[in-house]
Design a binder for this molecule. Structure first.
Ligand SMILES: C[S@@+](CC[C@H](N)C(=O)[O-])C[C@H]1O[C@@H](n2cnc3c(N)ncnc32)[C@H](O)[C@@H]1O
Length: 278
């Protein structure tokens, strides 16, 4: 494989990239990812006239923000979908929203964080569920913070425009109520309703950095984000989440993630749903 490569990709360069990625995103790149990294960076190295991986690594290490952003965006995996892991949204509609209504009484305020929101399908799914299931929605002050490290996906989420095939499989009534079809050249695109957009603030945020918000959040989604982080990074992160969540707030994580040996601040409710211990 390496003989046919346009640029030499030494173990030393891979190590420099690995170090940069782990320090800046928390993501740990295994040896098995070397070909993927080569594939994602070689075009950039050619176009940017770097001449090779060493010069590209020098740019990263010297603090070249454009290259650093490119590197981060190239390595993050943004796979997501509307109502992905639908049991979380069913739990939200059938259990958590009724619990919050009972708990909040006349203090009708709910704050939510979607951390690692990718292109926005997750926070929009939360917004739809709340609009559909929270009784007397207009009497409530509901806000969703949606954050991601990758600037491109944050911009996409904010715009709320998707290819039509992204909503294939959603029930018709949901499609009718929450999406507007494009016209003419945009006939294969849909846009989420402004009603949903008004509920969500999209922001770029690196989970490994300082956070400007104070909380407390009533529930949060951090799904399929920490899967590539090492356990120590996960421990620190979930401690910080616990500090920002209200007592008994809920935390939803991804299908292949667990808090076992990561955090004692939460109790499992099953199906990757956790409740903060009070
Ligand atoms: C696979 S997507 C998950 C999207 C959504 N939560 C879901 O489950 O459908 C993972 C997201 O985590 C983001 N991410 C990775 N490392 C991050 C970090 N250190 N800070 C913030 N976001 C990060 C990536 O940019 C990516 O959009």
């Amino acid at each position: 494989m390496s003989e046919s490569r346009e640029f030499e990709f030494t173990d030393a360069s891979f190590e420099r990239i690995r170090k940069f990625v782990t320090e800046n995103t928390g993501i740990v790149l295994t040896e098995a990812k070397k070909d993927m990294v080569y594939g994602r960076l070689s075009k950039r190295i050619r176009k940017g006239g770097f001449g090779g991986f060493d010069a590209f690594c020098d740019a990263l290490d010297s603090g070249d923000e454009e290259e650093q952003d490119f590197m981060i965006n190239a390595i993050t995996t943004n796979l997501t979908a509307f109502f992905r892991e639908n049991h979380h949204f069913e739990y939200l509609a059938n259990t958590l929203i009724p619990e919050l209504v009972a708990k909040k009484g006349s203090y009708k305020r709910i704050r939510i964080w979607s951390a690692g929101c990718s292109t926005g399908e997750e926070p929009y799914s939360i917004a739809m569920t709340l609009k559909e299931s929270l009784p007397d929605f207009d009497d409530w002050d509901v806000k969703i913070l949606a954050t991601d490290l990758d600037a491109n996906v944050v911009a996409h989420g904010k715009a709320g425009i998707y290819r039509e095939d992204r909503i294939t499989g959603l029930p018709d009534d949901r499609i009718q109520r929450w999406f507007k079809r494009g016209r003419g050249d945009h006939a294969d695109m849909v846009k989420v309703s402004t009603e949903l957009q008004q509920m969500i603030t999209f922001k770029r945020l690196n989970l490994l950095h300082q956070w400007p918000m104070k909380g407390p959040f009533d529930f949060m989604f951090c799904r399929n984000v920490v899967i590539y982080f090492d356990k120590d990074t996960q421990r620190v992160l979930f401690k910080r989440y616990a500090d920002l969540l209200a007592p008994e707030a809920h935390l939803f994580i991804g299908h292949s993630e667990t808090l076992y040996k990561v955090s004692d601040d939460f109790s499992s409710l099953g199906k990757t749903i956790y409740k903060k211990n009070s």
